[in-house]
Design a protein around this ligand. Structure first.
Ligand SMILES: Nc1nc2c(ncn2[C@@H]2O[C@H](COP(=O)(O)OP(=O)(O)OP(=O)(O)O)[C@@H](O)[C@H]2O)c(=O)[nH]1
Ligand SMILES: [Mg+2]
Length: 165
């Protein structure tokens, strides 16, 4: 089971409970912790996320949200912050992925392509990694799997030229 699915299961605990009390929230937090730990999130971060949800779950609600919706929202916000504090832009034109070797750029490119394709966008992926062996083939596979178009120039050493073309 992937992270998304285990998190969804944890949230279902809150959605499906007859009443949302401290016990329900505790149970859901335990599931969230399990999901995060099995996705290799370090324990200090897992603890910080849990604490944030637990501390805020029964805050006074301003506005129209039900307690369930409110807890879902603070959980979502805590997770977004954990993942870098940025929500995926809904109307992007260009996204540049930069990062250290092996940090997950090519994988993220495939995931983003999939995300936007699913939302009906026209997606093109450009391989500007002219350094890593087989970066071209890896990204081409990721892009095609997502149903996105792909462009790259095999053997070109100048990333700027690839992007310009
Ligand atoms: N656990 C986990 N592994 C990931 C994630 N994203 C990528 N990986 C793995 O990390 C490794 C490197 O991922 P890539 O997407 O190739 O990273 P990259 O930044 O393009 O790497 P280079 O092109 O070598 O610089 C692969 O084994 C991926 O399967 C992630 O979100 N979680
Ligand atoms: Mg790569």
């Amino acid at each position: 089971m992937g992270l998304g699915e285990t998190l969804r299961k944890a949230m279902d605990k809150i959605q499906g409970a007859a009443t949302v009390d401290k016990e329900t929230v505790k149970e859901a937090i335990k599931e969230i912790q399990r999901a995060l730990i099995s996705a290799n999130v370090d324990t200090t971060t897992v603890f910080a996320v849990s604490k944030r949800i637990e501390e805020n779950a029964f805050n006074e609600i301003k506005g129209q949200l039900s307690r369930r919706e409110y807890i879902t929202k603070i959980t979502y916000d805590a997770l977004v912050e954990l993942l870098g504090g940025q929500k995926t832009p809904q109307e992007p034109k260009k996204i540049l992925l930069c990062g250290l070797f092996g940090s997950g750029k090519s994988t993220a490119a495939g995931k983003l392509a999939h995300y936007y394709k699913k939302r009906g966008k026209k997606v093109g992926v450009i391989c500007a990694d002219t350094f890593r062996p087989a970066a071209f083939e890896q990204l081409e596979t990721n892009a095609k799997t997502a149903g996105a178009e792909f462009f790259g120039i095999k053997g070109e050493k100048n990333a700027g030229k690839v992007v310009a073309k």
